[in-house]
Design a binder for this molecule. Structure first.
Ligand code: ADP
Ligand code: GN1
Ligand code: MG
Length: 357
């Protein structure tokens, strides 16, 4: 057993598990928390070392998650089940960090990519419904876990600071990407401006709606549960719609090195829009409908900008697998964002046709 496994074993033993622990192995493709599959002789669980550098207030984070999951469960919706510690806490704080356990949601799959438009449409419908299910949730109960999470102008300022400091001298090798960001400064306030004047309402949103944050039924392909609830907080529908498009309407992985393979697939956009916009049809405002395509552009450009910022700052935020991983990710995002920019009118027509149908 490695040191890490031994430590995790001690940690896992602090939780109210059913059965005797058999194995603990790294699991999944998340960029933020360290995730493990924990297996006992009776059941499977997810053990996570929470990223306390990013989520500084673990108490507030777990309180949010408990409140949101209770709200959803109260409506009969399948959701994450927090397994408490033997001491009755929702997570374990110890010298090695902060840890939590969820029941493993069985017979599901978290996709990193879909080719089947019907699965993507089903994920859109589920994220749209998630938004509706949280519409009667009292937002004042929720802590703002990461301030300005999708405030693109603030993300732009952070990027400018990292560029100015250029502490590792990496700016020289990403001139094109830097130019991509700087030349789009004016566009970055499109959503925040609409929110400031009240055209786009603040809602309780997920804020990290990439495809591998929804579990789909292995057999039927239907959506089962929305996971990764760390960033559920007040936000905009445009963020949730946009982030799903960013990740799922691409013809390639988020970290594909060959940019010739990376394209924005408008037919996947249409499928997702049918699912999502269909589900929020009753509550979507005209401004939200009009700005949906900009949500996709914004989340994609913003994510690319965040990858680039992290690259300039020395890869301290996102988990990376090799040197230059964040720059590779940034390039796919900018390629997608520029293809979206070129098709904004078509995308707008698709959304308006669905909403006005
Ligand atoms: P991160 O914040 O690092 O993205 P996630 O909470 O999304 O972490 O978990 C990473 C991956 O672990 C998910 O993409 C999914 O594959 C898997 N996962 C997380 N929670 C569960 C669960 N309750 N049941 C089954 N799989 C899960
Ligand atoms: C992170 O946690 P994960 O891997 O689902 C990030 C998102 C980014 C995404 C890019 C809390 O999501 O904002 O869009 O990586 N989550 C956080 O893949 O920063
Ligand atoms: Mg995740």
């Amino acid at each position: 057993m490695t040191d890490c496994t031994i430590k995790n074993l001690h940690i896992a033993e602090s939780f109210l598990l059913d059965g005797e622990i058999k194995s603990i192995e790294p699991y999944g493709n998340g960029h933020i928390n360290s995730t493990f599959l924990l297996v006992t002789d009776k059941k499977r669980y997810i053990l996570q070392k929470m990223n306390t550098t990013i989520f500084k207030d673990s108490d507030a984070l777990m309180k949010n998650i408990c409140l949101v999951t209770e709200h959803l469960r109260g409506k009969g919706i399948e959701t994450l089940e927090v397994i408490f510690t033997k001491g009755g806490e929702s997570y374990l704080k110890c010298d090695d960090g902060a840890f939590r356990v969820y029941a493993f949601i069985e017979n599901t799959v978290a996709y990193d990519k879909v080719d089947d438009a019907s699965i993507f449409k089903a994920s859109g419908k589920a994220f749209g419904e998630f938004q509706q299910q949280l519409a009667d949730f009292d937002a004042s109960q929720l802590a703002d876990i990461i301030a300005n999470f999708h405030n693109t102008p603030v993300r732009f300022e952070n990027f400018c600071r990292a560029l100015e400091a250029d502490k590792l001298g990496r700016a020289a090798e990403c001139r094109e990407e830097i130019e991509f960001v700087l030349s789009r400064k004016e566009k970055f306030s499109k959503i925040t401006d609409a929110m400031a004047v009240g055209d786009v309402p603040l809602r309780v949103t997920h804020n990290d709606t990439k495809l591998n944050n929804i579990l789909m039924d292995k057999e039927s392909g239907a959506a089962r549960a929305i996971i990764d609830l760390d960033t559920v907080m007040p936000g905009s529908m445009l963020y949730d719609f946009g982030d799903s498009i960013r990740f799922g309407a691409s013809t390639a992985a988020e970290d594909e090195k060959n940019l010739d393979l990376v394209h924005f697939d408008i037919s996947l956009f249409k499928a997702y829009a049918e699912g999502y916009c269909g589900a929020v049809k009753e509550s979507i405002t005209p401004a939200e409908a009009r700005l949906m395509p900009w949500g996709a552009f914004m989340m994609t450009a913003e994510c690319g900008m965040r990858f680039l910022t992290d690259y300039l700052e020395g890869d301290t935020y996102f988990a990376t697998k090799y040197a230059g991983h964040n720059l590779v990710r940034c390039r796919t995002q900018f390629k997608l964002a520029s293809e979206m920019e070129a098709q904004i009118d078509e995308m707008t027509k698709i959304v308006l046709d669905i909403v006005n149908d």
